[in-house]
Design a protein around this ligand. Structure first.
Ligand SMILES: *Cc1c(COP(=O)(O)O)cnc(C)c1O
Length: 389
């Protein structure tokens, strides 16, 4: 066989495996709107409560507390806004550094930038797709020193204040090890749980292992509010501050407008909360469907040589938000041929995000060796993963 024949043969084998599981045309991830979405949204419109006051916001927050086990949940306009607020609540600001995985959606790095802090990129583990904790520990020991003022970057002199863990495609990273490391180094642990609603780590819902977590209800997530997010925490003071900050820091008063710090207009509108509530009602069923889909993919790919299905790590019960295959390293150069074949067959598929340190605005940020991130980016493909499949 010539090289190009081999390539098209691989593309064809992957398209065949995916076609055996889902039907074209289908996108990467489409919302499942089969519950009370119409009824709840109509109720908002009928009552006139469409904006930031109204009963669905509170109901949405109650549902999130129940699902995640977090003591407090504060709904926000987007997941990025939620993430931004977790950093502000942690007191992160200009000149600080925040460690984040290089393999993540750009919102993680952007939220750090909004505070004036600098993202510092950590490598990920091929086993979890999240931060490699052992590698991070070695790097911290080599690059930072503990001082009275906190952890200081030996090269830049800047303080490292926090670590953001991200649960990639719904798979929980090594949270126990990371929480323990953050404890020892006195770093704030924040979870970017935007992709992991319904994912559990050792029996506990993700988003409960650090000081705070952020969820997302963007249109492509497992549950959507059109757009939306939430901050989770177990700390009453943080919850009160987050609530205050997201509502323009307005001091409660019957008619006066007084604001006591620079706040944000980040509150989730009732209209979006109504949609979100209807989605959360269906979450248990969606999680069952997602696992069924993942099982079907795993089976479909087991006879496809050179291609591996990514299964949840041992400690994790994943929501399988996006299903992932990895090409063997020796055929990584065929990733784009496979992506083209899938998308030509109207099977919406994507590579991993371009790693953060390769984006123009983050190219000069500090980073450790990122060889695993680079390797995964070269050979990872996300497959159509909607719950209705
Ligand atoms: C979706 C997502 C967010 C937040 O996105 P929004 O669109 O602002 O809700 C943040 N981090 C990650 C990793 C995400 O996937």
């Amino acid at each position: 066989m010539t090289k190009s024949n081999e390539n098209s043969a691989l593309g064809e084998r992957v398209v065949n495996a995916v076609s055996g599981v889902v039907s074209a045309p289908c996108g990467l991830h489409e919302p499942t709107l089969k519950g009370n979405e119409w009824a709840y949204v109509k109720e908002c419109l009928d009552s006139g409560w469409v904006s930031t006051a109204g009963e669905y916001v509170g109901r949405f927050e109650e549902q999130l507390k129940e699902i995640t086990g977090a003591e407090f949940a504060i709904a926000t306009a987007t997941g990025t806004a939620a993430l931004h607020m977790t950093l502000v609540c942690a007191g992160i600001g200009r000149g600080d550094e925040v460690m984040i995985p290089a393999l993540t959606f750009v919102a993680t790095a952007n939220a750090v930038s909004y505070t004036g802090a600098i993202p510092h990129f950590a490598d990920v583990s091929a086993r979890t797709l999240g931060i490699d904790v052992a590698k991070l520990e070695d790097y911290l020991s080599a690059t930072f020193r503990q001082t009275d003022r906190g952890v200081e970057n030996i090269q830049t002199g800047r303080p490292l204040r926090a670590v953001i863990a991200m649960h990639t495609y719904g798979h929980a990273c090594d949270l126990d090890e990371l929480a323990e490391l953050c404890d020892r180094w006195r770093l704030v642990l924040i979870e970017d749980a935007a992709e992991s609603l319904g994912s559990f780590y050792k029996g506990q819902h993700t988003g409960n292992h650090g000081a705070m977590a952020a969820l997302s209800f963007n249109g492509n997530k497992i549950a959507t509010a059109g757009a939306g997010g939430a901050i989770l925490t177990h700390d009453a003071d943080i919850a009160a501050h987050a609530q205050h900050l997201t509502t323009t820091a307005k001091v409660p008063h019957a008619y006066e407008f007084v604001h006591d710090e620079v706040g944000y207009n980040y509150r989730l509108p009732n209209l979006n909360a109504a949609l979100g509530c209807a989605q959360l009602d269906q979450l248990p069923e969606m999680l069952v469907r997602k696992r069924r889909l993942a099982e079907a993919y795993e089976k479909a790919f087991s006879p496809v040589s050179g291609v591996g299905f990514f299964s949840e790590p041992e400690h994790c019960k994943s929501n399988y938000w996006l299903n992932v295959i990895l090409l063997d390293s020796k055929i990584a150069d065929q990733r784009d041929t496979v992506l083209k074949a899938l998308n030509d067959a109207k099977l919406g598929s994507r590579p991993a995000w371009m790693p953060m340190h390769r984006l123009a605005m983050y190219a000069d940020c500090p980073k450790m060796d990122l060889s695993v991130t680079e390797d995964l980016y070269d050979r990872l493909i996300c497959l159509p993963s909607s719950a209705q499949n």
